[in-house]
Design a protein around this ligand. Sequence first.
Ligand code: NIG
Ligand code: FE
Length: 402
Amino acid sequence: MAAPLHLWRNARLATLAGPQGWGLVDDGALLVRGDQLHWVGPMSDLPGDLNIAAEHDLGGALVTPGLVDCHTHLVYGGQRALEFEARLNGASYEDIARAGGGIRSTMAATRAASSDALFASAAQRARGFMAEGVTTMEIKSGYGLSEPDEARCLAVARRLGRDLPLSVRTTSLGAHALPPEYEGRPDDYIAAVCRWLPAQHAAGLVDAVDAFCDRIGFTPAQTRRVFEAARDLGLPVKLHAEQLSDQQGAQLAAEFGALSCDHLEHLSPTGVQAMARADTVAVLLPGAYYFLRDSTLPPVQALRDAGVPLAVASDHNPGSCPTGSLRLMLNMACTLFRLTPEEALRGATVNAARALGLHDRGALRAGLCADFAVWALGHPSELAYAFGGNPCLRSVAAGVER
Ligand code: NIG
Ligand code: FE
């Protein structure tokens, strides 16, 4: 028997259903059956003869697709406030990393934490994002940097998706930094990362594979080996590309048909073209740009001109972006990177879903996931306009109010 129909009525919908425009529907309604949107449109067009099991009055509030945070490092131990202080006293992010701090200091705190403690701290962070309308979240490993610890972090991410009303996609990021036991032997470490992947995949822990290709990360040749291992398993790839320098990582990622290239402050025109050809999404991370006080802007206009889809994500992590708000990133994407409010919202919904290889969410349209957020706002441009505070009134994930 079909699941009962729920009617959500008296809303202003920003459906984002077409290729551009807000897709505004005044006096709109949503019909939800199970975890799917069954019908979306103006109340006056609501089909008759329906057996509606329950009605929910949204009081004229704004409804958008549930937000998708397509780049986070949510699972880790400890925090890095002292590193923030060191940077304010003159040390650079790269200096700290080279001296064994940075990602390695979070690695030590992560290895020392139990899986339950990692789950508890990540769940608390996830709940903060969910309270602001996030219904889907990507979570990377990359702070374990050993076979058991990487698997543990991915398993914690999977558990978050099971235990919270949140859809979680996991990404294996063993190639995030060189752990101390492999000091001076980065190629051996990359060989190990490639060896771990089949077991992670067999255990159902991985949806995609990522690497950090940069001066303090791994070389393009090392990244290629990780991508080859992913391809052998049929796993899609994505890349932390051109964050601190141009390594031509975007070209390499495009060669592997990457879902996304993320950061991209130092992306070259050739990299833009390669991404356009491969239909790779550009994930912009304005919070990391802000927190590291970067001064090189990603080439947003060139990406637009080439037709590369733009996404916006939090990059939540303890080192370069300890934020708890994807909505603040929408504001920063506009103020710092000059996205329009519509580009910013598309970037955290439909294009973010695309960056995860998901085509079943990110807009309000019949047949898509019943994921939506209800806001105490009059117009969707206000989502990127105001910063601070939380106008999210309620949210529904997979058809269920959270
Ligand atoms: O996306 N760039 C590499 N990884 C993270 C930061 C990691 C850290 O500093 O802990 C990022 O910015
Ligand atoms: Fe990141």
